[in-house]
Ligand binder design. Structure first.
Ligand code: GLV
Length: 323
């Protein structure tokens, strides 16, 4: 293959397998988070666009492209891409499912333990010299065994989290569109959204960001949650109205929250930063060396396939129309 078989624009450098694209294609790397305007100015002449979770591949960007064949998301989420606009132009949208399921489920469990055993608070206490010795009432947390773990979105990641929560002796329930997998003992029983909110000691979010899940957690939702419960979000920030979350932490009913994603990422609602009952991580669900390398391999594979006339292996599901 010659070096000019296609132009690939990647908004950022990716792990190792990404290099292999450079031998066969004209690969351009931006190296910064582009605005919608910047991306629209850059896509003419580009055959493949590789984007990250928050690169705005809007309809304007898609319309500005003149020979784009694939938008490859270096993520499982594709809410940053206007898939309707892409479909109308016969542009493939691909993503990296499955490979990051375990890494994201592991981080969710890390957040669960951090919340229930106040690990981050404890770390801060020790570092700031406030640990004055063992005490009967020092930083008491909550047991997990026997508690109810509620999963909103029992898809691949939700079910992987369910398996882990069961290992802690929690009973797991779920709500969401994913049909139950018959014969899978780890697939939690389904309940209604309201029942899940009412019964769960911990609610964990594993839904994609869609018109239906945008601000699914707002004041009215928080009002239905069990007093003293915890909320964990490793899905997408805008699923939670952060102002309503701050309110629910201040006046009840919830006792703590662990967030890996934010409504206006990377900006954080200031009140969350000041609350010791809140644990914050930097959108790190898939952030392991092995997972990120495999994600890069998948992106490279699908870009290569599409630019050589084949179908991609991992097309993203079509966008649901707005109501
Ligand atoms: C990360 O958030 C992803 O969607 O892969």
């Amino acid at each position: 293959m010659t070096a000019a078989a296609g132009v690939v624009l990647a908004t950022r450098e990716l792990p190792e397998p990404f290099e292999t694209l450079k031998t066969d294609f004209d690969v351009r790397v931006l190296g910064f988070a582009p605005s919608e305007k910047e991306l629209a100015a850059l896509v003419p002449g580009v055959d493949a666009l590789i984007c990250l979770v928050d690169d705005p591949v809007t309809a304007d960007v898609i319309h500005a492209a003149d020979r784009l064949k694939i938008v490859a998301s270096y993520a499982v989420g594709v809410n940053q891409i206007d898939r309707t606009a892409a479909a109308a132009r016969n542009i493939w949208v691909t993503h990296t499912p499955n490979v990051l399921t375990d890494a994201t489920a592991d981080l969710t469990v890390g957040l669960l333990l951090a919340l229930s055993r106040r690990i981050v608070e404890g770390d801060r206490m020790v570092r700031t010299g406030k640990f004055a010795g063992w005490a009967p009432d020092l930083l008491l947390g909550r047991d997990l065994k026997g508690k109810v773990f509620g999963i909103v979105g029992p898809g691949r990641i939700g079910r992987a989290v369910a398996r882990r929560a069961k290992a802690f002796g929690m009973s797991v329930i779920a709500t969401g569109r994913s049909p139950r997998i018959e014969g899978d003992p780890d697939d939690p029983p389904r309940v209604s959204f309201d029942e899940l909110l009412r019964r769960s000691d911990v609610v964990s979010l594993h839904v994609p960001l869609t018109y239906e899940t945008w601000r699914l957690f707002k004041s009215e939702t928080f009002a239905k949650m069990k007093p003293g419960s915890f909320l964990i979000n490793t899905s997408r920030g805008p699923v939670i109205d952060e102002v309503a979350l701050v309110q629910a932490l201040e006046t009840g009913p919830i006792a703590g929250a662990a967030l890996d994603v934010y409504e206006n990422e990377p900006a954080i609602t200031p009140a969350l930063l000041d609350d010791d009952r809140v644990v914050l991580t930097p959108h790190a669900g898939s952030a392991t060396v092995e997972t990120r390398r495999e994600m890069a391999r998948m992106v490279v594979e699908d870009v290569r396939r599409v630019l050589t006339g084949e179908k991609p292996l991992r097309p993203a599901p079509p966008e649901k129309p707005a109501r």
